[in-house]
Design a protein around this ligand. Structure first.
Ligand code: ADP
Ligand code: F6P
Length: 476
């Protein structure tokens, strides 16, 4: 992490992985961020997960190892407008191209900005001028604006974990111009894919009248900042180790015994409408209808932990999936075989690794996804001598890297069923070849590499921008 040795890293994210939380439960991103912080020491700031009328203006602070945690409690109405309202009722559907599900209310937009202001006021007294601040995700787009308004002039970066929509979609948002002005207050804006970068830069040049220089350097009114792609990875080595260890675990034995020699196809997704779960269920139903040879020989397991129950669309999706699962099982079950196992519970990472490794098919078919870490986890967990096949939506960011997957269009149930059949009958040699291509990507672009590259680029963003500006001046 050249040059960052002296600077303190400050991470801001809505959810903060408490040090008491076991690594497996916290998820890959949280663990990687914690590792980056532990390495150079730093501050992790975010929401406490609690609401209170008239909350204290200062965050709760505690230390664990080299990391200081600062957790801010929010007013319940503000928290609702911020999280269920603008972040997950407006920005989430917008960025996932679901305009029919988008709701925009001025009161939510105001609540969203108020919460960002609250967070900025609570964070500012803890900041030192040479800190490197790394803000995560769409809950916090205006945070840099609020910090700059309070006088902070140091380096601030933003990483957007979800897709960035094309200008036609983005323009439907009434607050589009304000949000891009907010982005301009950062020094480095990180997106998942080159597609996302193109979408944002096209908006900036065609709608906001900014200029775009080499390396994604942008000029927008009096601001200069950089936009670049940093595809997120996973802790591949940890997944490989967990999956290897899982081969002899009691969970793997139970799972195998329950399958009674049948092939397993697995899906692991938060219960979210961006994940295309009804489409995946429909494609599995289509497989059983059009390829009856797979009846009684394949079991599909969909792990879908509940998510964002406070948003109405998520509750409606839950009901829809219960009905669909019931109808597939009602139609095709035998007295000794249930085609679809549908579970709403979370699992420890080791158990997930065991499930992935036991599955001949990994079904990752979102309608739209920033990256999709499950696709990479599935690849890392495979047995290198007898790997399964990844079926991957072309609309997941991961499809740019995982060229060994069978790429599908989740809107085409018959096409997906066809590819499920291809995967179920694929010879070992082809499975090995495809897996190797995927695994090379998963092993070279890890979460550690992602953290280091981003932090390094943020630390040196000013140098890069001044090179581009010198170049522009020389050219005019
Ligand atoms: P998103 O960030 O939209 O939820 P990703 O696929 O990028 O989607 O990341 C999901 C993360 O959550 C992965 O690391 C995955 O292992 C984890 N996860 C998903 N389902 C479960 C589950 N049932 N139990 C535990 N972890 C889960
Ligand atoms: O990137 C998608 C994301 O919003 C992450 O920030 C978050 O960890 C995950 O989805 C789960 O969402 P939530 O925090 O709303 O439960």
């Amino acid at each position: 992490m050249g040059g960052s040795v002296l600077a303190r890293l400050v991470i801001v994210s809505n959810r903060v992985a408490s040090p008491k939380e076991r690594a497996a439960k916290a998820g890959g991103l949280a663990v990687a961020l914690r590792e980056a912080l532990n390495k150079q020491g730093g501050l992790w700031f975010g929401w406490s997960g609690e609401t209170e009328v008239d909350p204290p203006a200062e965050p709760k602070i505690f230390k664990s190892g080299r990391v200081t945690y600062a957790l801010q409690t929010l007013d319940p109405d503000d928290q609702r407008s911020h999280y269920a309202g603008y972040a997950n009722g407006t920005l989430w559907p917008l960025c996932h191209y679901r305009l029919g599900l988008l709701s925009f209310r001025r009161s939510d937009w105001e609540g969203y900005r108020r919460v960002n202001q609250t967070f900025a006021r609570s964070l500012l007294p803890m900041l030192q001028p040479d800190d490197v601040i790394w803000v995560h995700d769409y809950h916090f787009i205006p945070l840099a604006t609020e910090l700059r308004a309070l006088g902070f002039t140091g380096r601030i970066g933003y990483f957007h974990h979800i897709p960035w929509p094309t200008p036609e979609v983005f323009l439907t948002l009434p607050s589009h111009a304000a949000l891009v002005n907010d982005l301009a207050q950062y020094d480095l804006v990180g997106l998942q894919t080159e597609h996302d970068v193109r979408a944002l830069l096209t908006y900036i040049s065609s709608e906001a009248r900014g200029w775009i220089g080499p390396g994604g350097v942008v000029g927008l009114r009096d601001r200069r900042f950089r936009v670049a792609a940093y595809p997120i990875g996973i802790d591949a080595a940890a997944f490989v180790a967990d999956a290897k260890a899982s081969a002899a675990s009691s969970e793997t034995k139970r799972l195998k015994a329950s399958l009674a020699g049948r092939t397993l196809a697995v899906g692991v997704d938060r219960l979210d409408y961006s994940k295309g779960l009804p489409n995946k269920f429909a494609a599995f139903g289509e497989l059983l209808k059009s390829y009856p040879e797979h009846r009684s020989t394949v079991t599909m397991m969909q792990v879908a932990p509940l998510s964002r129950g406070e948003v109405a669309e998520y509750r409606a999706l839950r009901r829809e999936l219960e009905e669909l699962a019931g109808s597939i099982n009602g139609e095709y079950s035998e007295f000794d075989w249930v085609p679809l196992r549908y579970l709403n519970r979370p699992f420890q990472r080791a158990t997930l690794a065991a499930i992935y490794r036991s599955a001949r098919l990994g079904l990752v078919t979102p309608l739209r996804d920033g990256m999709n870490l499950v696709a990479k986890e599935y690849v890392a967990a495979q047995n290198p001598e007898n790997p399964g096949v990844l079926i991957l939506s072309r609309f997941a960011g991961a499809a740019d890297e995982l060229s060994g997957a069978l790429i599908v269009n989740p809107y085409d149930a018959e096409g997906m069923a066809e590819q499920f059949n291809v995967a179920l009958t694929m010879p070992l040699e082809e499975r090995l070849e495809r897996w190797r291509a995927n695994m090379d990507k998963v092993e070279s672009n890890t979460i550690h590499h992602w953290c280091e590259t981003y932090i390094d680029d943020l630390t040196h963003a000013a140098d890069m921008m001044s090179d581009v500006l010198d170049h522009r001046q020389a050219a005019t």
